[in-house]
Design a protein around this ligand. Structure first.
Ligand code: 6GU
Length: 224
């Protein structure tokens, strides 16, 4: 998969996308990520990409020209299966969305800033508008990093048995069960006996029961 990102703050995306599993995904060639500085397509030598909004009101709006120039230049290189705009008024991002997007070849992600981007870019270029939750971030970059991480780890070959996505919270509609490692007793706090029993069927049953219990307690909405 190839992911292009358009942003005025490329620095915000570098670190999260170049460590741990995202680094491995790129090193192994399953994922390539290109971060583009939107100011490269600025309307003047000052690097301007935003302007006051029509109708008045506080806050700048990201202009059509730089965004469309950038999108069309990148479209000459790649045919995008999705052009995603990160925005708090978008559709809420869930594991289902990550699963679906992980099947695509080429994705372009636009990170908004200030009051957002000119509506005409949304109307004529953007295919998906995504929010990562009901709170407001200063810009779309951290949200985009969340999206790329959630998608990138699902690409075939990225995870191994130790990191398998099959046992993630949400992947089976339940929260993940509790996990333990050595020692078997710490300060008198014991690891549940079943996990030490060596009986894989019992362990699996226990994990499922715990996952259901945890989901009922914390996220009953997931069980509807
Ligand atoms: Cl995608 N962008 C911004 N700026 N804030 C958000 C968000 C996105 N998702 C939740 N809050």
């Amino acid at each position: 998969m190839h992911i292009d990102l358009l942003t005025v703050l490329p620095e915000l995306l570098e670190s999260p996308l170049n460590h741990s599993i995202m680094k491995r995904a790129q090193d192994k060639g399953h994922l390539t990520v290109t971060v583009h500085q939107l100011r490269k397509w600025a309307v003047n030598a000052y690097g301007q990409v935003d302007d006051y909004q029509y109708g008045g009101g506080a806050g700048m709006v990201m202009m059509c020209e730089p965004l469309v120039a950038a999108i069309e230049e990148l479209q000459r290189e790649r045919r995008f299966d999705a052009i995603i705009y990160m925005t708090p008024d978008g559709e809420r991002f869930e594991q289902k969305t990550a699963n679906r997007l992980s099947l695509l070849q080429n994705i372009l992600i636009i990170c908004g800033h200030y009051k957002g981007i000119d509506q005409r870019v949304r109307d004529h270029f953007v295919t998906h508008e995504i929010s990562i939750g009901d709170y407001v971030l200063s810009g779309g970059e951290l949200a985009a990093a969340v999206l790329v991480d959630a998608i990138g780890r699902l690409l075939p070959g990225v995870l191994n048995d130790e990191t398998s996505a099959l046992t993630d919270s949400f992947q089976d509609g339940l929260l993940a069960p509790p996990v333990y490692t050595r020692p078997a007793e710490f300060r008198g706090w014991k690891v549940p006996d079943i996990l030490l029993s060596g009986d894989p069927r019992k362990v699996e049953e226990w994990r499922h029961d715990e996952a259901v219990k945890r989901t009922e307690e914390r996220r009953p909405d997931l069980l509807d």
